[in-house]
Design a protein around this ligand. Structure first.
Ligand code: DGL
Length: 275
């Protein structure tokens, strides 16, 4: 296998990163992809940066053992608090979701007032605020953690009235803050896009960090000469750290297509369990 034919490695704390895989597939229809979801230890969002950094190390080590050509950190939480850890370990291009999402928001805002929603860890890290300010220091950023969106998306309560109420409760302060752009800074939120849309004023632009990231991956493949020239049907492989059964059921909703085989990541954390 040539370097260009090698897969892009994508990892997430669990299932949510499949929304990023979906965006990658839309943008890059012939790239092979290996996905790893740490379903045994999800969620990362409520955990401390130290713990997330330790988990991210193990996650990327698994992907590197599968001989990938590039790493995409699909998880906003990991991208916010541990991107440097991943970059240090992987001697290859590493793309997180924060900088592309921030760039898309700065490009979209007219009144320079941007909202960000994400997990507690992502919001506490200020990673989006810092990334946005680095591009344009005049943009004001308003951030809010929306942790309940994660289980609601996994439960499939897409158009359930409870989701509508939760969205209204979380998002109403943004009206007072007069934002015109909102970053969906968590892998799960694109699944709840309609409920989020309904809770916001119609003129507010929603930014999906996953889609912005897919565009950045495409640019990086060209810039580093790593694009796969093959026109064969791409190979998609899914690995998880817990038993695969539930992952497939919920995952197909996030991915928007049938998943095929999902495998348990052999060797992942086994040494640690033996200690
Ligand atoms: N994947 C996480 C993120 O994008 C959400 C789920 C979790 O808390 O682990 O931040």
């Amino acid at each position: 296998m040539t370097t260009n034919e090698k897969p892009i490695g994508v990892f997430d704390s669990g299932i949510g990163g499949l929304t990023v895989v979906r965006a990658l597939q839309r943008e890059l229809s012939n790239e092979n992809i290996i996905y790893f979801g740490d379903t045994a230890r999800v969620p990362y969002g409520p955990k401390s940066p130290q713990v997330v950094r330790e988990y991210a190390t193990q996650d990327v080590e698994f992907l590197l053992s599968r001989d990938v050509k590039m790493v995409v950190v699909a998880c906003n939480t990991v991208s916010a608090v541990a991107l440097d850890v991943v970059q240090k370990l992987a001697r290859m291009p590493v793309i997180g979701v924060i900088v592309p999402g921030a760039g898309a928001a700065v490009a979209a805002t007219a009144n320079k007032r941007v909202g960000v929603i994400g997990t507690v860890a992502t919001v506490n890290s200020n990673a989006y605020t810092n990334a946005i300010r680095q591009i344009d220091r005049h943009v004001q950023v308003f951030s809010r953690a929306c942790p309940l969106f994660v289980p609601l998306a996994e439960e499939g309560w897409i158009d359930h009235q409870v989701t509508g109420l939760v969205a209204k409760e979380y998002l109403f302060p943004f009206k007072l803050e007069k934002i015109d752009t909102l970053i969906l800074g968590c892998t799960h939120y694109p699944v709840l896009r309609d409920a989020i849309r309904s809770a916001m004023e119609p003129h507010v632009t929603l930014i999906d960090s996953g889609s912005a990231t897919a565009a950045e991956v495409s640019r990086t493949l060209d810039a580093s000469g790593l694009r796969n020239p093959s026109t064969q049907h791409p190979n998609l492989q899914f690995y998880v750290s817990d038993l695969p059964s539930k992952f497939t059921e919920v995952g197909e909703r996030f991915l928007g297509q049938k998943m095929g085989r999902v495998r348990r990541a052999e060797g992942f954390l086994e040494e640690e369990t033996r200690k």
